[in-house]
Design a protein around this ligand. Structure first.
Ligand SMILES: [Zn+2]
Length: 308
């Protein structure tokens, strides 16, 4: 892994699952105590523990492990982490909490949805019920020395999604609510696998825009400036995809034809050249699953709503 100091009190850890860099991030916040935002996958949990050691954080100093949602790349490692962090509580959305306590059905569903990617992230271990704190909108996690996280419920990508606003740096830990930031291309692309809820995701984006934050700390991947512009552009991109999907469905086109049209039309995708197509994870998650998630949403909600 690689540790990068991105603020005086925030370190970014590149967890590099299966050696893939610049893709899955975890963040360590240092106040009077310490907190982790995003456990990352189960198979990289040991790397994260080693990063804490390198940063001089004692296991008993960590009071919170806050996850955006329970998908394997964001919350899969929390069971292992908590075994080594005796004073830490897990912060998770209520609908995610039950699956962290008993991850068997999550693991079965993940294997089905992700295939070999699930094996690459690893099987989650359970978290003891008494160590789970349900994160609710507006809740503040105090890490001391003025370092605080405010929970913002941001559903849409998942029905169990939270983001965290860090008040000192005025930055948002976005999880998957603001898309995937390809930092080398300065481009954001959708993460909208089924069952994606566009209307709810857009409402969540408006909530984040209203925070007028200075920075975004993406789980995929890293710190970005021009926060409000990026959030707005992401909303427009999702609407564009839905509109293309609606036109395609109206004409009776199949998923493949709609996919082709989205890839040809979306200027952000165009800017990345062959990068996404040749990426070991993004090809499947963005070009296959995210596009399919939007198409399914449009089919379900009635395409005519999206044509305007
Ligand atoms: Zn993700």
């Amino acid at each position: 892994m690689q540790i990068t100091k991105i603020e005086e009190h925030i370190h970014l850890i590149d967890l590099k699952p299966n050696g893939i860099e610049n893709f899955v991030a975890s963040y360590v916040l240092l106040g009077e105590n310490a907190a982790i935002v995003e456990s990352g996958p189960a198979l990289t949990a040991q790397k994260l523990l080693l990063s804490l050691k390198k940063l001089g954080v004692k296991p008993e100093d960590v009071t919170y492990v806050a996850v955006s949602h329970i998908h394997l790349d964001h919350g899969g490692g929390v069971g292992i982490l908590l075994k080594h962090l005796p004073k830490a509580s897990l912060i998770v959305h209520q609908r995610g909490g039950i699956h962290t306590a008993n991850p068997q059905s999550l693991w079965t569903a993940s294997k089905k949805a992700l295939g070999r990617l699930a094996q690459m992230y690893g099987k989650p271990e359970p978290v003891a019920q008494e160590r789970i704190i349900v994160g609710t909108d507006g809740m503040v996690l105090d890490i001391g020395n003025n370092v605080k996280l405010r929970v913002v419920e941001t559903l849409g990508h998942a029905s169990h999604h939270l983001t965290y606003y860090e008040t000192l740096s005025q930055g948002i830990f976005t999880g998957d609510a603001a898309g995937i930031y390809l930092n080398k291309h300065n481009v954001v692309v959708p993460t909208s696998p089924a069952p994606f809820h566009l209307d709810i995701a857009l409402a969540s984006l408006r909530k984040l825009i209203n925070l007028k934050s200075k920075f975004l700390y993406y789980s995929h991947f890293g710190k970005a400036e021009n926060s409000v512009e990026k959030l707005q552009a992401y909303g427009e991109q999702l609407k564009l995809w839905a509109k293309i999907a609606a036109r395609g469905i109206e004409k009776g086109e199949n998923l493949e034809a709609i996919r082709k049209k989205i890839i040809e039309t979306d200027s952000a995708l165009q800017k990345t050249g062959e990068f996404i197509r040749s990426h070991p994870i993004l090809n499947k998650t963005v070009l296959l699953q995210s596009i399919e998630g939007i198409v399914r949403y449009v089919e379900k909600t009635g395409y005519s709503d999206h044509l305007a």
